[in-house]
Design a protein around this ligand. Structure first.
Ligand code: 8X3
Length: 265
């Protein structure tokens, strides 16, 4: 399969064969792309959803999946995603998210906070609402929220992102209560320091040296594949096993503020 001929909706043959379908938002790069690959390797037909069509087409081509252009901040776009996924979805990974800005509360930009809330919290709501009927229809579903250690502990200059990730955690925990008794597992994976090409670059508005400094001297920060493996593992567990939440950090990060760095002479 080449990026040019990847399907943009789940082929009927996939549904008819009973192949399990997984949907990953933000699948164009980083943790999302790695998770799409990991789930495909475990036998899922993966719907790669993200705004950047070329990126998801490349990932989907590589794993014989489906590529659906989707902006989780747009209700029509999310409705089109649900339509493209078809009647049955087994796994939803709500990975789309991000941090915008790195300012103290005193001077933070409210527009950036709205953007963060929209993508990290309301986006999670939109996609979950749209796909719940198909998830229920599977008879054995899993929803994974990609949260963050920022949803656990606050830190200076991060309040907007911290608030959004606390929000994502609250939505996830509430959903677990509301769906109790239904065949839907609800999990949150909360990564610490993961070195992906884009997360810090976006946070620092494209300032590559500021983004690089986050990981300076840190021996082996996590990589996207480490987090993808935890999602794959959760999805592989029997239907009665619900991993409520999993906090994953690199060995060099004992706590948000406690990071081991090797200094160069
Ligand atoms: C990313 C982890 O420490 O930058 O979600 O908040 S952190």
């Amino acid at each position: 399969m080449t990026p040019e001929n990847v399907p943009t909706s789940v082929p009927a043959s996939v549904t008819e064969s009973g192949t399990r379908v997984a949907v990953v938002t933000g699948a164009g790069s980083g943790i999302g792309a790695a998770t799409a690959r990991a789930l495909a390797a475990d036998g899922f037909h993966v719907v790669c959803a993200a705004r950047r069509v070329e990126r998801i087409a490349e990932v989907a081509a590589e794993i014989s999946g489906t590529a659906v252009a989707c902006d989780v901040t747009d209700a029509d776009s999310v409705a089109a995603l649900a339509q493209a996924c078809g009647p049955v979805v087994h796994v939803l990974v709500n990975n789309a998210g991000g941090a915008f800005g790195n300012d103290p509360v005193e001077s933070a930009d409210p527009e950036q906070w709205k953007q963060m809330f929209d993508v990290n919290v309301v986006g999670l709501l939109r996609v979950t609402q749209a796909l719940l009927p198909a998830l229920r229809a599977s008879g054995d579903a899993l929803i994974v929220t990609l949260g963050s250690v920022a949803g656990r502990v606050v830190y200076e200059n991060g309040a907007g992102y911290v608030a959004a990730k606390h929000g994502a955690k609250a939505v996830t925990q509430t959903l677990r209560l509301e769906l109790c008794g239904e065949p839907v597992r609800i999990s949150e994976v909360a990564p610490g320091m993961v070195h992906t090409p884009e997360f810090s670059l976006v946070r620092y508005g494209g300032d590559q040296s500021a983004a690089d400094a986050v990981y300076d001297g840190v021996p082996d920060p996590l990589v996207a594949e480490d987090i993808a493996e935890t999602v794959r593992w959760i999805a592989s567990l029997p239907a009665h096993v619900n991993v409520d939440e999993l906090v994953v950090r690199p060995r060099a990060q004992a706590a948000n503020h406690k990071v081991h760095r090797v200094t160069q002479d």
